[in-house]
Design a protein around this ligand. Structure first.
Ligand code: FE2
Length: 445
C-alpha cells in the first residue's frame, strides 16, 4: 500500500479482495431476482441482503475510516445493512430482511460497484488515514467475512428452494461429481461405504489455537496449552446410510439416546429425520443443491443438516461419543487442507471415493480422511473464549466474542466452505438445535 507496506503483501491482498468479491457474484448467477428475496427460515437471509451486507462491511469498517473523502453510497444503507453491530448503528430486525424489496437488486449491484471502485483506490495508493497495518487487517477480515457469507448464501438458498413446492435445483443434478483434478467419477449410488475404523491418538500435553502469521479470527486466539486423554477418532464422517439405520432403529422415538433439551426439540419440532429428508413411497429422499435424490443414491455420502442434539443422540445410540474441539484440532493439524469444499463445485457432501484428491492413497493406507469439507463436525465443546481471549477493538469486537454463550463449536468446513477460508484452528459455532447449515458427525471414543 504506502511506502511502508510490502508491495507483495499489497498485491496479494488486492488479488484476494477481487477474487472474493467476484466469487460472491458468481454464486448468485443461477439465481433470479425473486430467488434473491426469499428468507425461508429464521436463520436465513435473502441472497440480495448478503450482497449488500458484505459490501456494507467494507464501506463501514474500511472506507469510512481509511479513505479520505470517501462518498457514502446511501446514508440509509449504513444502518439498513448492519447485521448485529450494536455499537455501530441501529439495525432492522433480522426477520424483516425479506421485506427489503427496496432498494432493488440493481441498486444493490451499483452499491457493490461503488464500494469496489473505492476499494481499488485504497488498494492502489494505500490508506489516507489511520495506521496502515490496521487498514490491511480490516480488508483481510472483510474478505474472510464475505467468504462466510458465501457459505451462508448457499445454505440459505438450499432452504429457500426446499420450502418452494417446485423444489428447484440450484445446480443440475446430472452435473458431474468429483474434484478439480478428476471429473466424472460416476454417480454416488454405485459407491460403497468405506468401513468405519478408529484411529488411536495418544493425547497428552499439546497446544490449541492459531499460531503463525496467516489470518485468523479473534476467537482462535490465544494459542494455549491443552491436556488430552488418549482418544480415538473415526476414519471418516457418518454417512446418510448409517444415519438411516439410527432412524430405522427408532432413534427419534427413544428418549434414552437424547439430551433433555434435545428430546424437547424432537417433540416440539416433530423431528423424524435430518432437515431435508422426506419420506414417500416407503423410502427417504434427500433435498440438496442438486435437487431431490433418493437415499440409496446418497447412502455413502456424509450426513448433514443434523442438529447437535441429533449428532449426540446418534453417537450415544452407536455406543460412542462426539469429539471435543481440541481432539479434532490435534488430529487435523498438519493435514493438508483438501477435500470436498466449495472449490470442488459438488455443492453437496459426497463419498470419499468420488474425491480422489481428498482420499486417494490415504484411503488405501486406511488413514482417516474427510478432515475438511463435506459436513461441519459438531464437537462436544461449548463455544467459549480461550484463556486470555481478547475481542478485537471497537465495533468489530462484536464479531465473535458476544456469541460465546449457548452455542457449540463445529470444525472442518463443509461442501460450501471456500478452501481458502478453512484451517485446523477455525471455530464455527451454532446453537445446538441448528440444522439449516451443513453440520454433520464424526464419531469419537
Ligand atoms: Fe456478516
Amino acid at each position: 500500500m504506502s511506502a511502508t507496506a510490502s508491495p507483495l503483501l499489497q498485491s496479494a491482498l488486492a488479488a484476494r479482495f477481487r477474487a472474493v468479491r467476484r466469487q460472491t457474484i458468481e454464486i448468485t448467477k443461477p439465481l433470479t431476482p425473486e430467488d434473491m428475496m426469499v428468507q425461508s427460515c429464521p436463520e436465513a437471509s435473502p441472497a440480495k441482503w448478503h450482497l449488500a451486507h458484505t459490501t456494507w462491511f467494507f464501506e463501514s469498517f474500511v472506507l469510512r475510516e481509511f479513505l479520505a473523502g470517501y462518498r457514502i453510497f446511501h446514508e440509509d444503507f449504513s444502518w439498513l445493512f448492519n447485521s448485529y453491530y450494536e455499537s455501530f448503528s441501529a439495525f432492522p430486525e433480522k426477520r424483516l430482511r425479506s421485506s427489503f424489496s427496496r432498494p432493488g437488486l440493481e441498486e444493490i449491484l451499483r452499491y457493490r460497484e461503488h464500494v469496489d471502485a473505492a476499494m481499488e483506490q485504497l488498494l492502489d495508493r494505500g490508506p489516507d488515514r489511520g495506521p496502515e497495518a490496521e487498514a490491511l487487517r480490516r480488508i483481510e477480515l472483510g474478505a474472510n467475512h464475505e467468504e462466510q457469507h458465501q457459505e451462508l448464501l448457499l445454505t440459505d438458498i438450499l432452504n429457500a428452494f426446499f420450502t418452494n413446492p417446485l423444489k428447484p435445483s440450484y445446480r443440475d443434478q446430472r452435473s458431474e461429481i468429483g474434484d478439480r483434478d478428476g471429473r466424472e467419477r460416476g454417480s454416488q449410488g454405485a459407491i460403497e461405504t468405506r468401513p468405519l475404523e478408529f484411529k488411536q491418538f495418544e493425547g497428552g500435553l499439546g497446544e490449541a489455537g492459531h499460531a503463525g502469521v496467516g489470518f485468523c479470527f479473534d476467537n482462535e486466539l490465544p494459542r494455549h496449552r491443552v491436556w488430552l486423554e488418549p482418544y480415538a477418532l473415526a476414519n471418516r464422517l457418518v454417512t446418510c446410510g448409517e444415519f438411516a439405520e439410527f432412524i430405522a432403529a427408532g432413534g427419534y422415538r427413544r428418549p434414552e439416546f437424547w439430551l433433555s433439551a434435545g428430546w424437547d426439540a424432537v417433540k416440539q419440532n416433530g423431528w423424524r429425520a435430518p432437515l431435508y429428508w422426506t419420506e414417500a413411497g416407503g423410502g427417504w429422499s434427500i433435498f440438496t443443491l442438486r435437487g431431490t435424490q433418493p437415499l440409496k443414491e446418497l447412502a455413502a455420502a456424509p450426513v448433514s443438516q443434523v442438529s447437535y442434539f441429533e449428532a449426540d443422540a446418534y453417537a450415544r445410540w452407536a455406543g460412542l461419543r462426539l469429539p471435543t474441539e481440541f481432539e479434532w484440532e490435534a488430529a487435523a493439524g498438519g493435514q493438508p487442507i483438501e477435500g470436498n469444499l466449495l472449490d470442488s463445485g459438488n455443492l453437496t457432501p459426497v463419498s470419499t471415493a468420488l474425491v480422489p484428491s481428498q482420499d486417494g492413497a490415504k484411503h488405501r493406507e486406511g488413514r482417516p480422511t474427510q478432515w475438511y469439507g463435506d459436513s461441519w463436525v459438531w464437537t462436544s465443546s461449548a463455544y467459549l473464549g480461550y484463556p486470555g481471549f481478547r475481542p478485537l477493538d471497537g465495533s468489530l469486537g462484536e464479531y465473535n466474542g458476544k456469541f460465546m454463550s449457548g452455542q457449540m463449536v463445529l470444525r472442518g468446513g463443509s461442501c460450501v466452505t471456500p478452501r481458502q477460508h478453512i484451517r485446523a484452528t477455525y471455530r464455527n459455532f451454532f446453537a445446538p438445535e441448528t440444522r439449516w447449515q451443513f453440520p454433520g458427525i464424526r464419531l469419537a471414543k
